[in-house]
Design a protein around this ligand. Structure first.
Ligand code: AMP
Length: 135
C-alpha cells in the first residue's frame, strides 16, 4: 500500500528500531513514548486489522507476538506482557495496517495495562443473548 506508514517501514522508506524480523513479519519499537518498551508486531502483507485478516497471516503474526513476548520475559528481565490490538477506528485504531502492541511488564509497574472502562450499563444476560454464537 503506497501511503501506509507501516508498509513504508517494511520497505525501509521510513526508519524503524527493529526488534525481530522474518520472511512474513516485523517487530519494531513504537515511537509513542507513552510507556517503556512499547513494541509493535506487524505482518509484511498489508491487511487492515484482525477483522479482514486471513488465517495464515494472523497465525504468522501471532507467532511473532509470542516469540517477542517470550524473548522479553526470558531474556530481558520482564515478568509479563500486555498484548493489545485495536481493530477498527471506533476501537481506537489509528494506523490501518494490522498490528499488535506488546507492553513489557514488571510486578512493580505503577500502572495497569487494562483500559479503564466506565462500568457496564446493560444487564449481562441481555448482552449475552445478543452476542452468543451458541444455540
Ligand atoms: P493504534 O492507535 O492501535 O493504531 O496504534 C498505532 C501505533 O503506531 C501508535 O502507538 C503509534 O505510536 C505507532 N506509530 C505510528 N507511526 C510510527 C512509526 N513511524 N514508528 C513506530 N511506531 C509508530
Amino acid at each position: 500500500m503506497d501511503n501506509c506508514i507501516f508498509c513504508k517501514i517494511i520497505r525501509g522508506e521510513i526508519p524503524s528500531r527493529k526488534v525481530y524480523e522474518d520472511e512474513n513479519t516485523l517487530s519494531f519499537m513504537d515511537v509513542a513514548g507513552d510507556v517503556d518498551g512499547h513494541i509493535l508486531v506487524i505482518p509484511k502483507k498489508h491487511v487492515t486489522n484482525v477483522l479482514d485478516c486471513d488465517k495464515e497471516t494472523l497465525d504468522q503474526t501471532i507467532e511473532t507476538v509470542k516469540k517477542v513476548a517470550n524473548h522479553l520475559t526470558e531474556d530481558c528481565g520482564y515478568e509479563g506482557v500486555n498484548i493489545l490490538n485495536a481493530s477498527g477506528q471506533p476501537a481506537g485504531q489509528s494506523v490501518f495496517h494490522l498490528h499488535f502492541h506488546i507492553i513489557p511488564r514488571k510486578s512493580t509497574d505503577p500502572f495497569t495495562g487494562w483500559p479503564v472502562y466506565p462500568g457496564a450499563k446493560e444487564e449481562i444476560e441481555d448482552v449475552h443473548k445478543r452476542v452468543t454464537m451458541i444455540d
